[in-house]
Design a protein. Structure first.
Length: 256
């Protein structure tokens, strides 16, 4: 099926920030507890090594994604690793919680646009579960901005545009219901809007299914890369790897 760019609640400016944060908190919790990104640890290490940097600039961090667990794995080999969390809609409480888990995390409170990253933010740019939020013209701009800044970039999507992925998303409300009591930091509002007024499980369901429809395939990411100016100055690796019953699609771009 072709890519369909339906709307996600999380992207809407009018959508209440606290509800958006509850959704990204859920994704952060699930990613870390399930070690969702375990198969892509070697890819991140390769990106850091080829970029000759010890710093990750995470774009569209949401609630921190699976970076808490990833950080513990990466630090086994990269002792001086630094991770900077950024987002267009920063989830400050989640960023503060993430920083408390490990001293090598930092975050930026101001809004950071992945299409126009400040030049002073140097390091391997990463995106977890966020490229699908952007239409092709904007996704291309994200990649072009990295190339123009001589910055390496690694993109990861833990779903794909397929029937199994969409079916898996249909069970996301159950995951929200089962995991909510264990998500930290604890917030009474999260309990209210999950169980008494079930907005969180419903919007997570909608956004999850839409995310699958929006996800760029390996072929489409290759097409984005081919359309970039000076794309030949970069080494591009675009593929997917198994992660439990699902897959993680990835793009790694490093300067030659």
């Amino acid at each position: 099926m072709g890519r369909i760019h339906l709307f996600e609640f999380e992207d809407q400016k009018w959508f209440p920030a606290f509800l958006r944060n509850y959704g990204t908190d859920f994704l952060q919790f699930l990613s870390n507890k399930t070690k969702l990104y375990k198969p892509i640890v070697p890819i991140i290490k390769k990106g850091l090594k080829q970029s000759n940097t010890n710093q990750i600039i995470d774009l569209g961090s949401g609630g921190g994604g699976g970076l808490i667990w990833l950080n513990s794995e990466l630090k086994k080999d990269i002792l001086d690793l630094r991770i900077m969390l950024t987002d267009f809609y920063p989830n400050i409480p989640a960023f503060e919680f993430t920083k408390k888990q490990a001293g090598n995390f930092e975050f930026i409170k101001e809004s950071i646009d992945a299409r126009d990253v400040p030049t002073e933010l140097n390091g391997l740019r990463t995106q977890f579960l966020s490229l699908h939020h952007f239409k092709p013209i904007d996704a291309k701009q994200i990649l072009q901005n990295a190339v123009n800044s001589d910055s390496s970039i690694a993109v990861f999507e833990a779903q794909e545009r397929s029937i199994p992925s969409i079916v898996a998303m249909l069970f996301s409300p159950l995951s929200v219901l089962f995991t909510t009591p264990f998500i930290r930091p604890f917030k009474l509002g999260r309990i209210i809007f999950t169980y008494l007024i079930p907005i969180v499980p419903l919007f997570v369901l909608w956004d999850g299914v839409v995310s699958s429809f929006r996800t760029y395939s390996v072929k489409e990411m290759n097409e984005l890369v081919k359309s970039l100016n000076k794309t030949e100055t970069y080494n591009w690796e675009i593929d997917k790897v198994k992660s439990g019953p699902g897959v993680v699609l990835y793009l790694l771009g490093t300067r030659k």
